[in-house]
Design a binder for this molecule. Structure first.
Ligand SMILES: [Zn+2]
Length: 287
């Protein structure tokens, strides 16, 4: 391989980068590529053991200053969990933007901040949410994808005060849609896009599981992480013809010199029905 790739995975909430690209990140760090992450919101409201769970059954929530202090504290807990999980995947650089996950919007401020980071980190590849996920309007994942697209566009130009030169990315892979989820809202009747890239993460599914286990405050550790790996990565795997996979939607068509065919496609084509079923049925040990 020529030069190591520079990859940046950008998620709306603390768990998203693991959920959607944990195995892929693990492959690239062990090959020697540079991988970093951005977590746009502090995520203290999303599935948090204290904020979204215990507050739910109280008579009344704490007053403003106490609640703000508590959310700050929970944000720090979540950030620490992300650092721990990323370490397992070989990722050291994580950029926390700390936006409130109450109402995530495409604002000039967050777009410019992310664009500056792109000029500094200079990724070749960006992994992020599909900008039309869910209703494409209020869905925080979709908005994160939109913020990223605006930032990529802005990073290609100069910004007064930022001394870094303009930067362009080579490819964007949006986090795969669907997997095990069944369409269940009117927004999911839209389409025209599909997961066109699958990364076979079978060999690192246990690492991904260990990273998900770090997200204790989210309620993702333990049983949920195991269910998640089987239902989602297992479903992506079934679609991709392997045991466990992460699915992506590539933003742009690729240009090649020779016709592209993967080793995986050749191997599958040369395997019998039952050899393929056996390979796809492999399950990681979850204890
Ligand atoms: Zn999320």
């Amino acid at each position: 391989m020529a030069e190591p790739l520079r990859i940046l995975s950008i998620g709306a909430h603390p768990a998203d980068i693991f959920d959607q690209s944990g195995g892929t990140m693990a492959h690239h760090t062990s090959r020697g590529d540079y991988v970093a992450c951005v977590v746009l919101t502090h995520g203290a409201r999303v599935h948090d053991a204290v904020i979204s769970d215990s507050m739910f059954h109280r008579e009344e929530v704490p007053d403003e200053s106490d609640l703000v202090a508590l959310m700050d504290e929970r944000s720090d807990v979540k950030a620490e969990e992300v650092r721990k999980g990323c370490k397992i995947l070989g990722v050291d650089d994580i950029y926390f933007f700390g936006a409130d996950d109450a109402v995530l919007l495409v604002t000039e401020e967050i777009v410019k901040r992310l664009a500056r980071l792109l000029r500094e980190v200079r990724p070749d590849i960006i992994l992020t949410h599909f900008p039309k996920e869910g209703d494409g309007l209020t869905n925080a994942h979709a908005v994160a994808g939109q913020i990223t697209l605006h930032a990529i566009s802005h990073a290609g130009s100069v910004d007064p005060g930022d001394r870094n030169t303009p930067h362009k990315v080579a490819q964007i892979f949006f986090f795969g849609a669907g997997a095990a989820s069944i369409p269940r809202s009117v927004w999911q009747s839209e389409g025209g896009y599909y997961n066109d890239v699958f990364i076979d993460i079978t060999d690192v599914a246990d690492k991904k599981l260990a990273a998900l286990d770090c997200l204790v405050s989210q309620g993702y550790g333990g049983a949920y992480a195991r269910k998640r790996i089987e239902t989602s990565d297992g479903a992506f795997g079934s679609a991709g013809g392997c045991a466990y996979a992460e699915g992506f939607i590539s933003a742009g068509a690729e240009t090649h010199y020779y016709l592209p065919v993967t080793e995986h496609a050749l191997k599958n084509a040369r395997s019998s029905d039952h050899e393929r079923i056996d390979a796809n049925s492999y399950r990681i040990s979850v204890d």
